[in-house]
Design a protein around this ligand. Structure first.
Ligand code: ARG
Ligand code: ZN
Length: 420
C-alpha cells in the first residue's frame, strides 16, 4: 500500500510536470476572416505578451490579411486557448524560435574551416564598431569616418563616406541601415555594401560608375541602442531606447519620428505602442542626427535609401499620405527596373510602389521626410524574406538577400546618375 502511494505520487508529479512543461516560443500565421475576428486579433496582439511581426501595429490588422505573431512561451497556452475559443485557426510559421536565435548569434569566427565569411554572419554592436574602425583604417583612400551624432544612450552614430578617385563629385547618395532594431539583415546589408564597394571599385563597372559620380554615405546602424538590446535582452525589439517622462514604456519608433505628417494616422501617440511617434518630430537623437546631416548636405544629395526587413518590397513616397509624388512616374520606373533585375538575376519577387498604397499609411518616415527636403529619389527597401523566417533569417541566407538588394541599389543609383 505504501509502495503504491509512493508510485502514485511520482506518477502524478511526472504527469503534472508534463502538463506544465514550458512550451517554446513560436510564430503563428493567422488570418482574420471577419471584422469580429480582426477585433479579437488586435486585442490578442495588444493585450497579451506577444509581438506583432507583421503588420507593425495592431491597428493595421485587416480582414483577410496574413498576420505574423510572435508568441513567447509564457503566453502560449493563453493565446492558443483564446484563438480556439473563438474558432480562429492558425498555422505555426516557426516552432524553433530559440534555435533560430541561437543560430543567428553563434560565433563561428574561431573555426577557419566554416567557410562562411564575416559578411555572412550577424554581428553584435561592439563587433560592428570594431569593423567600422578597421575598415576606415585599412582604406583611407576610399573611406572617411564621420560622426554625425550620438544615440539616446550615447553610442556614436558613425557614417562611412565612400568615394572614388574623383574627390569632389557634385552628387551624393545616402544609405541607412538598422533603423528598426530587430531587422538584423539590414545592418548586415550595409556592411556587405561597404565591403563590396571597397573590393570591387575599378573591377566592377556598376560600382565604379557609382563611386566616380557620387559620394556614398553609409550609416550602418541608425539605432544602436535598440540593436544592442536585441542582442542582449529582447530579440524582437523594434524601437530605440529613449525613456519617457510620463510612461514606464521605453522607446519611440524612429521611422515615425521624422517631420512628414508626423503622428497622423498610422502612428501612435502612446509610448507603449510599437509605432509610438515620439514627443515631437525629431525628438529622438538618432532621427535628429540623420535629419541634421541630410539638411546640411541637401544640395548634393540626390538619392536616399533606407534599408528594412522583411517582406521584399521597394517602396517610395508617399507613405505618410495617399498623395502621389511629383515624380511618381520616375520613381516607379526605377523601382520596376530594380525589381526586374532581382527577378532576372536572383529569381526572387519584390513588390514595389508608393508606401501608403502598397502596405499601409506610415507617417513620420525617413524616406518621405528626405523626399520633402528635396532629395528627389527616395526609397525604403524591405529585404528578405516574406515571412518564412521573418526577422530570424538564418545566416546562410544573408548572401542572397544582400546580393539581390545590391543589384537593386545599383540599378536605382545608376538610373539616378543618368537623370541628374
Ligand atoms: N515597415 C516599415 C515601417 O513600418 C516601413 C513602412 C513604410 N513606411 C515608410 N515611411 N517608408 O516603418
Ligand atoms: Zn522596419
Amino acid at each position: 500500500m505504501k509502495f503504491l502511494l509512493i508510485v502514485g505520487f511520482w506518477i502524478s508529479i511526472l504527469i503534472g510536470n508534463q502538463e506544465c512543461t514550458p512550451e517554446q516560443a513560436q510564430v503563428f500565421s493567422i488570418t482574420a476572416r471577419t471584422e469580429e475576428e480582426v477585433e479579437i486579433l488586435r486585442n490578442v496582439s495588444s493585450d497579451y505578451e506577444t509581438v506583432l511581426w507583421q503588420p507593425a501595429a495592431p491597428s493595421y490588422i485587416k480582414a483577410n490579411m496574413e498576420v505574423h505573431l510572435f508568441i513567447p512561451a509564457a503566453s502560449m497556452s493563453t493565446v492558443k486557448d483564446l484563438l480556439s475559443k473563438h474558432h480562429i485557426s492558425h498555422r505555426v510559421m516557426l516552432s524553433n524560435v530559440e534555435e533560430l536565435i541561437e543560430m543567428q548569434t553563434r560565433n563561428e569566427t574561431t573555426d577557419p574551416r566554416s567557410g562562411t565569411s564575416y559578411y555572412e554572419k550577424y554581428h553584435s554592436l561592439e563587433d560592428i564598431y570594431d569593423w567600422i574602425n578597421i575598415t576606415t583604417q585599412d582604406h583611407p583612400e576610399m573611406v572617411q569616418l564621420i560622426l554625425i551624432g550620438s544615440s539616446y544612450e550615447k553610442q556614436p552614430l558613425f557614417v562611412l563616406k565612400l568615394s572614388g578617385k574623383e574627390r569632389h563629385p557634385k552628387r551624393a547618395m545616402w544609405i541607412d541601415c538598422g533603423i528598426h532594431a530587430r531587422e538584423w539583415i539590414s545592418p548586415a546589408f550595409c556592411l556587405w555594401f561597404v565591403q563590396y564597394a571597397i573590393s570591387f571599385y575599378n573591377l566592377n563597372y556598376d560600382i565604379t560608375e557609382m563611386l566616380n559620380n557620387m559620394d556614398i554615405y553609409v550609416l550602418p546602424v541608425l539605432n544602436p541602442d535598440g540593436y544592442k538590446y536585441t542582442w542582449t535582452k529582447n530579440r524582437m525589439w523594434r524601437k530605440n531606447r529613449s525613456r519617457q517622462e510620463d510612461s514606464f514604456c521605453v522607446g519611440a519608433d524612429l521611422n515615425r519620428n521624422f517631420d512628414a505628417n508626423w503622428c497622423t494616422e498610422g502612428a501612435s501617440k502612446r509610448p507603449c505602442d510599437e509605432t509610438y511617434c515620439g514627443r515631437f518630430p525629431e525628438s529622438e537623437p538618432e532621427a535628429m542626427a540623420v535629419a541634421n546631416f541630410l539638411r546640411s548636405h541637401k544640395h548634393v544629395m540626390k538619392l536616399y535609401l533606407s534599408i528594412h526587413s522583411y517582406s521584399q518590397m521597394l517602396l517610395f513616397p508617399y507613405s505618410c499620405s495617399y498623395e502621389e509624388a511629383t515624380n511618381h512616374q520616375e520613381l516607379n520606373e526605377l523601382a520596376h527596373e530594380a525589381a526586374m533585375n532581382i527577378r532576372r538575376y536572383y529569381r526572387n519577387l519584390y513588390k514595389y510602389g508608393p508606401g501608403a498604397k502598397t502596405i499601409y499609411l506610415a507617417p513620420g518616415g525617413s524616406d518621405d521626410w528626405a523626399y520633402n527636403l528635396g532629395i528627389p529619389y527616395s526609397f525604403t527597401f524591405e529585404l528578405q524574406d516574406k515571412g518564412q523566417y521573418g526577422f530570424l533569417l538564418p545566416p546562410k541566407y544573408i548572401a542572397k538577400a544582400c546580393n539581390e538588394a545590391l543589384i537593386a541599389v545599383k540599378t536605382i543609383a545608376l538610373g539616378v546618375i543618368k537623370k541628374t
